[in-house]
Design a protein around this ligand. Sequence first.
Ligand SMILES: Nc1ncnc2c1ncn2[C@@H]1O[C@H](COP(=O)(O)OP(=O)(O)OP(=O)(O)O)[C@@H](O)[C@H]1O
Length: 251
Amino acid sequence: MTPLLEASGLSLRFGAIRALDDVAIDVWPGEVLAIVGESGSGKSTLLRVLSGQQAAEAGTVRYDGADIRSLSEAALRRLSRSDWGFVHQNPRDGLRMAISAGGNIGERLMANGARHYGDIRAEALAWLSRVEIDPARIDALPRTFSGGMQQRLQIARTLVTRPRLVFMDEPTGGLDVSVQAKLLDMLRGLVRDLGLSVVIVTHDIAAARLLAHRIVVMRHGRVVEEGLTDRVLDDPQHPYTQLLVSSVLAA
Ligand SMILES: Nc1ncnc2c1ncn2[C@@H]1O[C@H](COP(=O)(O)OP(=O)(O)OP(=O)(O)O)[C@@H](O)[C@H]1O
């Protein structure tokens, strides 16, 4: 078996700031990899580079064996709407607020070639149920939804095309704690049922514990520790990881 996503030597500076400094990671089929670290450690930058939204100054990203820089812009766009999904922290960045909930889900299907209106609507209804949104709201606009519902709709829109690899940037950030717990539980079930590979950026250690098989700890643009989730969280080796874990335990 080979990694689905394989990155090495990634470096990127913004002026004097080293947002990424010789970062290497791999993601295996069906694996959930969490990237944790304090604010400004380079997590979101890494996610943008891995998903082809931003170019690194050095290093390579391979998806399914191909260097993503060798892909044309059109091929990368195609990949982004078929094999890949992206769940943003703010659902407004991943939804189209001016079209209905059903339209948000159907649009992704149509972008992948679906044409039959009845089938598209049936699939949208099924996905609304799956993310616990009342299917009767199919024609409602997302702005009439709560934050948690909007996030669940963004997840349905992302997963409806059965991507192989999903990038998630703080998907539970900005939600109430009780809403976060419910969403995490739902995400865990969907990831398992669909056999997704996921790269999730989070500063929430509990979310990483619940979802991830493996954890990468970043600090100042570098990976300071990585390993299986239980090993990293129960027996952290790097002083920075020890601090991260103990500050959560103390909180
Ligand atoms: N477009 C940009 N221009 C200038 N500096 C940037 C830009 N994007 C990121 N940075 C800087 O790069 C560093 C890493 O930022 P990044 O957003 O990747 O961190 P993060 O770990 O995701 O933080 P947070 O958890 O707060 O989102 C930070 O110092 C940030 O200020």
